[in-house]
Structure formats: C-alpha cells, structure tokens
Design a protein around this ligand. Structure first.
Ligand code: PLP
Ligand code: COI
Length: 363
C-alpha cells in the first residue's frame, strides 16, 4: 500500500444488527459492551509490508496458538472517540495525536510502526460506515479501539515479523456509573504500574494486565480507581489505572505530574493543559508527593482533583483511601474549576465552542 494513498476494500456486513435492536442497545450502552457491525484490518509482513487494508464484518479472528502475542504480549492499542456535533455531522478529536502515540508505542514494543496516514484512514473509513452507532444521548460517543498484535507463528523470543492491525468500534456512554458525583481512589502502596526505563509511556496491553491486581484491590476497598505512585520512592503521584490526574489549589493554579516516561502522555491531559492556559489559569507540570497531597487536602490548600482520559473524560475525585487512612478533597464532590474545564473540553469536542487549534476533524 502506498503510504500516501491508502485504499480500503469494503465488504458490507450481510447480516448487520437490525435498526430496532441497535436503537435498544444505544439507549444505555454503558462502556465497552456494545460493538458495531464492521472493523478495519491491515496486515504487515516483512515480504509485503503493510497490505490487505479492508473494512469487513466484525468477526472473531482465527489465530494459531503459537502467535507470539499470546506468549510475549507484543500488543499495543489506542482509545479515541467519534462525536456527533450539534449540526448533526460526525467528528474526531485530535486523531493525529493518537496516530503519533500509536507509532511511539509500536517503537517501544519493537513492533513495526504503522504509517500515521494509514492509522488515520482506517479510523476515518470505519467511522464513516458506523455513524449510526453514535448514541444520541448526552455524553454518548463511538469509542474507537485501534490495536495491533504480533501474529508471527513462532515461540522464539524476538520481535515478530508479522503484525495484525485492527480497529473495532463500541457505542459508549459514561465510563463511571451515572450519579457518582465524584470518584474515589485507592492509593496503591504495594503495587506500582511502571518503572523508569519500562513501558509506562507506551499504550501496551501489558501495562493494563499488571494494573489489574491493584485495580481489584481498589474495588475491594470500595474505590472506583487505583492511583499509582512512582516505583522508585513510592511517593510521587503518577496516574490512575486508565487516566491522568490533575490537582487544583486554593490560589486557582493547577498541577499535574510531569511526563518522565513512566506515565501515559494523555491527549486529554495535553488538551486540558492547553485549554486551561488559554483560560488564563496557571498549570504546572511538577511532581506531587502523596504525603504532601494529604497534608494539602487536610489544610484546604488542595481544593479539587480530577481524573482525565478519553474514556473517563473529566471525572472529579472526591476522596482518596490508603493504608494510613482516608482523606477528602475539597467538598468531596465535583469542584468548580473541574466542572469548568470539563465543560470547556466537551464543548469544543462537540462543536459547541470555537475550535481555535483545529482539534476537531469533521468526517
Ligand atoms: N493514562 C492511562 C494509563 C490511560 O489508559 C489513559 C487512557 O487512554 C490515559 C492516561 C489518558 O489518555 P488519553 O487522554 O489520551 O485518553
Ligand atoms: C481510554 O481512555 O481510552 C483508555 O484506554 C482507558 C481505559 C480506562 C478504557
């Protein structure tokens, strides 16, 4: 496939989910359980390069038991959303940023980087075909999950010579259960997510596999999400299992942990830093220790905290629990600055506010 002219063959699903059934599914889709009729696929081999780009009916993959992804976890993914705009058209938000991060993740995992224009074309083509799957309800969107797996049939430990790239799409509502004014975090002091030199900045499945025991612990403690600390000193706040984190202080400034290679460089994180600065707010990217966070929450210096990511959007954080005791942040509910930022972000994403940076791409 010429990198500058990707063409996808299209095989329409002959037995798509009926419109009535689709409408029923879209009423309350939750997150990650409702899937559309088609998927995009592209294959890579050393002999052919990237080839066989197609949109096909969504169906199970056939895989050999020796496919290297099943043994050594050479796998990466992305998460992005297609939105219905106020004028009825469909749009993506900063898809080039996902394409670039997918490439960076591939390089870290010694995988063949997918050309960014192929990534973008695959997502655009799939969204064009699946627009009817965007829920109409407030907060609904089509969550896109591009991913790539090592498909060489070989048990030696080395980078695969073959890859399968695919995009599936899922109609989604809110990631957290409605009614939760603010979420609670379990501060993991036993488990860490990523060490310096590791894969923390890559969006690879292994990072999530290793986070699950800590997430399960958080759930057992009655919390919505796990908060990870750094792996060296077990002191510096890093990020959640699937979201970045921000803090809002009594002087109106914001802070978020810096990108030092152990956290995912979130596109929502970057967008919020930019938009908050445009709003005249001061945002610092600086390390923040959990003991300081607790002291600041107790003294009132720390007023608000929120989690952010594509799936979660902006979620207020009301309290943190840890082995040494629990503490509330601000009122324990959604903070004003948090809601102002959430509003600004979602309004741009949904075409309700001007988009001076050209982040919204209509398709
Ligand atoms: N951190 C982790 C571990 C994530 O899984 C995600 C979600 O993709 C994020 C942060 C936020 O990234 P983004 O805003 O690009 O969705
Ligand atoms: C996303 O926000 O896209 C993620 O991958 C995180 C996960 C919680 C679904």
């Amino acid at each position: 496939i010429a990198a500058d002219a990707p063409t996808f063959t299209f095989e329409r699903n002959a037995s798509p989910i009926e419109a009535n059934e689709r409408a029923r599914l879209l009423e309350n889709p939750g997150f990650g359980r409702v899937f559309t009729d088609h998927m995009a696929m592209i294959r890579y081999s050393e002999e052919k390069g990237w080839h066989d780009a197609k949109i096909v009916p969504r169906a199970p993959f056939q895989m050999d038991g020796a496919s290297s992804v099943l043994h050594y976890a050479q796998e990466i993914f992305e998460g992005m959303k297609a939105y219905r705009l106020a004028d009825g058209s469909t749009a993506l938000f900063r898809p080039e940023a996902n394409a670039r991060r997918f490439r960076d993740s591939a390089i870290r995992m010694a995988m063949e980087p997918l050309p960014e224009d192929l990534f973008l074309a695959s997502v655009r083509e799939l969204v064009k075909i699946e627009q009817d799957w965007i829920p109409e309800a407030e907060g609904g969107s089509l969550y896109l999950r591009p991913f790539m797996i090592a498909s060489e049939v070989f048990l030696g430990v080395k980078p695969s010579s073959e890859y399968l790239y695919a995009v599936i799409a899922s109609s989604v509502g809110a990631y957290f259960k409605a009614g939760a004014g603010a979420v609670s975090l379990w501060v993991s002091q036993d488990y860490t997510r990523a060490a310096p030199g590791g894969t923390g900045a890559a969006k690879c499945g292994g990072n999530y596999a290793s986070s699950l025991v800590a997430q399960a612990e958080a759930t057992r403690k009655g919390c919505d999400q796990v908060l990870f600390l750094d792996a060296v000193e077990r002191r510096w706040i890093e990020e959640l299992g699937g979201m970045n984190i921000f803090f809002v202080f009594d002087d109106g400034t914001l802070a978020t942990p810096p990108l030092t290679g152990t956290i995912l460089p979130g596109i929502t994180r970057d967008s919020i830093i930019t938009m908050a600065r445009d709003m005249g707010l001061t945002v610092r990217e600086e390390p923040y220790a959990i003991d300081q966070c607790r002291a600041d929450a107790e003294s009132g210096r720390l007023r608000e905290a929120f989690a952010c990511g594509t799936a979660a959007v902006v979620a207020p954080i009301g309290m943190m629990k840890m082995a040494d005791g629990d503490f509330t942040i601000g009122s324990g509910g959604p903070g004003q600055t948090t809601m102002r930022i959430r509003d600004a972000l979602t309004s741009v994403q949904r075409g309700k506010l001007p988009d001076p940076r050209g982040w919204v791409e209509q398709i």
